[in-house]
Design a protein around this ligand. Structure first.
Ligand code: GCB
Length: 638
C-alpha cells in the first residue's frame, strides 16, 4: 500500500503522520511522491490572520490532556483543549472541578521554542499545550484553514474544542481545513505539541543539535475562495522554457481559467485547468529576462490568478545542471563557496524564532563577510524566512530533511514520514530560485535497507522537481594505498544522486597532524562533482594558545581550516565547500565543562557573532576563489 495522508478519519480529523507499510523493494521509478495535506503555497500572500503573538501555555509531562483517569478516556479535569471558560463555569458552579484553566495560564509570545518560556523548560522533552482566541467573520463560500509553519515534533490541533488534525514532523508546514468549525465571533485554537522522538521518528532521538520543541514558526488562519490556488510553481526549465504549473482545489477546480503574469517581462501564460484542477503552460524564455544568480539575484513579481483567487510572489529564474564534474548555473561552471548553518539566531539564548532580521544577520555574514555564494541549511528544512532571504541576497541553498544518522530504515512508516517531509519541503520552496539542492540524508550508515530508503527519497525529489540537483551528505571511506592515506567515495547511493557530497573531519576526529592534511589523497571515481558538505573543528572564542595549537583554541581551528583548504585545492573533481559551521550552536550532547557547556563550538562565529580567527581564513580563501571565478568568466566572455 502506498503511503498516504488519511483524511476523514475519526469523524473529520486529519492525520498527517507516516502510516502505511510498503515494500522497500519497489523500484524508485515506480513511485509517485507522498501525498500531503493542503499546500497553500506562498501562504503570506493570502487573506487571513497571523496568529503570532500572545498564547497561553501549560506543561503536561504525563500527557493528561490526552488520557485522563488511570490513562483512560480523559475527563474535564484534564482536557486543556476543551472549549470551556473554566472561570465562568466555576463561578456558576463552585463545585465544578477543573485542574487546568488555560485562560488563566501564563502567556508567552509565539512563535518560539518553549526552552525560553522559563528556566524549568530548558531541557523539557514532552507535551505542552498552547491556546489563544481570535475573532473571525464567516463569509458564505469562503474556506478557512489553520496553517502551521512548523511544530516540533508532533502537533495535535483543536478548534473550538474539536480535534481537527495531527501532524508529525518538526520542520515542515502543514494545514488543516476548519471551514465548518470556524465561528463568527470568538474562536479558540488549542495545540498540543509533543517533542518526544523515538528510534522510529525522523530524526531519531540522538542528534547533534538542540531539539527546540514547540511552535517555532508562525500559525495563520488562512481564508480562501471556495475554489482556491493550492499550488503554483513558476520556473525556468533546463530546456530554457519558462513554465508554470497551477493546481486548484475546491468545489469547482476543473475548467477554470488560469493566468500567470510577469508584468516586468510583459509575459502572460494562460489556459484552463483540466478535470483534476491542474494546468501547465510554458513560453520561450523572454529575451529581457535577467537570470537569477548570486552575483545578480534578480526577482520578478509574478501574479497567479484563477477564478476568484489571486496570489503575488517574487520569483527568480535560473537553470542548474551537472555536466561531468561541473555544476552549471545558467550554463556556467560554478564553485560553491559555502558554509553550513543551523536554524538558530545569534545571541546567548536563541529560541529558534527566525525573523527576517535574524536571517539577514546570519546570511549577511556568509554573503558579505565570507564572500560566499552558497549555504547548507542543515539538518532539516529551515524557516521560509531563510530561503526567501537567500533568494534576496543571492545565495545558493542546500535544503535537507532530517534523515540523520541512525534512522529506522527498515520501517515502512518511517519511510513514509520522511517522504512526506520531503514533499512538504519541496512544495513549500519550489519557487525559490536560491534552492540548488534537495538533500535526502546526512551521514547515514550504508545498508541495503538504507540504500532502498534513500533511493526512494531521491526518486521522489526528482518527481517533484526536475529543476534542482539531488544529493546527500555521505560518509567517506579511508584506505591506505602505497603507504598513503586516500579518501575514497564508495557509497553506492551516489548512483541515485547528481552530486556526491561528503563530510570529512581528518585532523579533528582523527589524530592526523594538521600539517599532513594536504598530503592526504582523494579519489572520486563516481564521475560526478564532489562537494565537501562538512569539515570543521571546535574552538572556544577568545581561547588563544598560539604555541601549542591545542584543540579548542582559535589557533588550532584556524590552522585546521588552512590545511583542510590546502587539501581541498588538490581534489580535481571538487566543486564546492560547506564547512561546519557558521555559528556555534546549541547541542545538549556537547558538555565539555570548559570549552563547550552545551554548545557545539565548530562555529566560525561564536553564538553572539564574535568572529574567530578561522572566519578570516575562510573569508580570504573565498575571496581568492571569487576573484578566480570572475577572471575565468572574463576570459570566457565573447
Ligand atoms: C557531523 C554531523 C553534524 C555534527 C558535526 C560535528 O558530521 O553531520 O551534525 O554536528 O559532525 O560537529 O561533529
Amino acid at each position: 500500500m502506498r503511503g498516504q495522508w488519511l483524511k476523514q478519519l475519526c469523524g473529520g480529523l486529519t492525520v498527517i503522520v507516516g502510516l502505511a507499510t510498503q515494500s522497500l523493494a519497489a523500484t524508485p521509478s515506480q513511485t509517485t511522491p507522498a501525498r500531503v495535506g493542503p499546500v497553500l503555497v506562498n501562504v503570506e500572500a493570502r487573506a487571513g490572520q497571523d496568529l503570532s503573538g500572545a498564547w497561553h501555555w501549560s506543561v503536561d509531562p504525563y500527557r493528561d490532556g490526552l488520557a485522563g483517569f488511570h490513562g483512560a478516556e480523559a475527563g474535564p479535569g484534564h482536557r486543556r483543549h476543551d472549549d470551556v471558560d473554566v472561570d465562568a463555569v466555576t463561578r456558576a458552579n463552585p463545585q465544578a472541578l477543573y485542574e487546568y484553566d488555560m485562560r488563566r495560564s501564563p502567556v508567552v509570545h509565539l512563535p518560539a521554542s518553549w526552552i525560553s518560556h522559563d528556566e524549568t523548560m530548558r531541557y523539557y522533552d514532552g507535551l505542552v499545550w498552547y491556546q489563544r482566541t481570535f475573532t473571525a467573520t464567516k463569509t458564505p463560500g469562503q474556506r478557512a484553514f489553520l496553517r502551521f509553519g512548523a511544530a516540533d515534533y508532533v502537533a495535535r490541533v483543536y478548534l473550538n474544542g474539536k480535534p481537527v488534525g495531527i501532524h508529525e514532523g518538526g520542520f515542515t508546514p502543514f494545514a488543516f481545513e476548519v471551514t465548518s468549525l470556524l465561528r463568527t465571533g470568538e474562536n479558540q485554537v488549542t495545540v498540543g505539541v509533543d517533542s518526544v522522538r523515538s528510534a522510529d521518528t525522523v530524526p531519531p532521538t540522538v542528534t547533534d543539535w538542540e531539539t527546540y520543541g514547540g511552535l517555532t514558526r508562525p500559525v495563520r488562519l488562512v481564508l480562501t475562495p471556495a475554489t482556491y490556488i493550492d499550488d503554483a510553481w513558476v520556473r525556468l526549465g533546463d530546456d530554457g522554457r519558462l513554465r508554470a504549473t497551477v493546481r486548484l482545489q475546491g468545489t469547482r477546480p476543473g475548467d477554470t481559467e488560469v493566468r500567470v503574469r510577469i508584468p516586468a517581462l510583459s509575459l502572460t501564460l494562460k489556459g484552463r485547468t483540466g478535470a483534476d484542477g491542474s494546468w501547465t503552460g510554458d513560453a520561450a524564455e523572454p529575451s529581457a529576462l535577467k537570470r537569477w544568480s548570486p552575483e545578480q539575484p534578480a526577482l520578478y513579481e509574478v501574479t497567479v490568478e484563477a477564478g476568484e483567487d489571486r496570489l503575488v510572489d517574487r520569483i527568480g529564474f535560473r537553470t542548474l545542471e551537472v555536466k561531468g564534474h561541473d555544476i552549471l548555473l545558467n550554463g556556467k561552471p560554478v564553485f560553491l563557496r559555502g558554509i553550513s548553518l543551523h536554524e538558530e539566531e545569534l545571541g546567548k539564548n536563541p529560541t529558534r524564532a527566525m525573523t527576517p532580521g535574524a536571517a539577514r544577520a546570519l546570511l549577511g555574514e556568509v554573503k558579505h563577510g565570507l564572500h560566499g555564494n552558497f549555504v547548507r541549511l542543515a539538518h532539516y528544512p529551515h524557516s521560509e524566512v531563510m530561503t526567501r532571504m537567500a533568494d534576496e541576497l543571492g545565495l545558493l541553498v542546500w535544503s535537507e530533511i532530517p534523515v540523520y544518522w541512525r534512522v529506522n530504515f527498515a520501517r515502512g512508516e518511517t519511510l513514509e514520514t520522511a517522504r512526506r517531509m520531503l514533499a512538504e519541503n519541496i512544495l513549500r520552496d519550489r519557487n525559490r530560485a536560491s534552492i540548488a539542492f534537495w538533500s535526502v540524508a546526512n551521514e547515514t550508515p550504508v545498508s541495503d535497507a538504507r540504500n532502498a530508503f534513500l533511493a526512494r527519497l531521491a526518486a521522489d525529489a526528482r518527481a517533484l522537481d526536475d529543476t534542482r540537483l539531488v544529493t546527500a551528505a555521505l560518509l567517506i571511506d579511508r584506505v591506505q594505498e602505497k603507504g598513503q592515506s586516500v579518501m575514497v567515495v564508495k557509497d553506492p547511493l551516489v548512483s541515485h544522486l547528481d552530486v556526491a557530497a561528503v563530510n570529512t573531519y581528518n585532523g579533528w576526529y582523527s589524530d592526523d597532524a594538521l600539517a599532513d592534511l594536504p598530503g592526504i589523497g582523494w579519489r572520486n571515481d563516481t564521475g560526478k562533482p564532489l562537494v565537501f558538505s562538512e569539515f570543521g573543528a571546535d574552538a572556544q572564542a577568545g581561547f588563544h594558545e598560539p604555541g601549542l595549537k591545542r584543540k579548542f583554541s582559535e589557533e588550532f581551528q584556524a590552522e585546521y581550516h588552512r590545511q583542510t583548504l590546502a587539501m581541498s585545492e588538490k581534489v580535481p573533481s571538487l566543486r564546492g565547500l560547506s564547512p561546519w559551521v557558521l555559528k556555534d550552536f546549541r547541542s545538549p550532547r556537547r558538555q565539555h565543562p570548559v570549552y563547550q557547556q552545551g554548545w557545539n563550538r565548530k562555529g566560525l562565529l561564536s553564538e553572539t557573532g564574535q568572529r574567530k580567527q578561522a572566519f578570516d581564513v575562510l573569508a580570504e580563501h573565498y575571496r581568492k576563489l571569487e576573484a578566480r571565478q570572475a577572471h575565468t568568466e572574463q576570459a570566457r566572455a565573447p
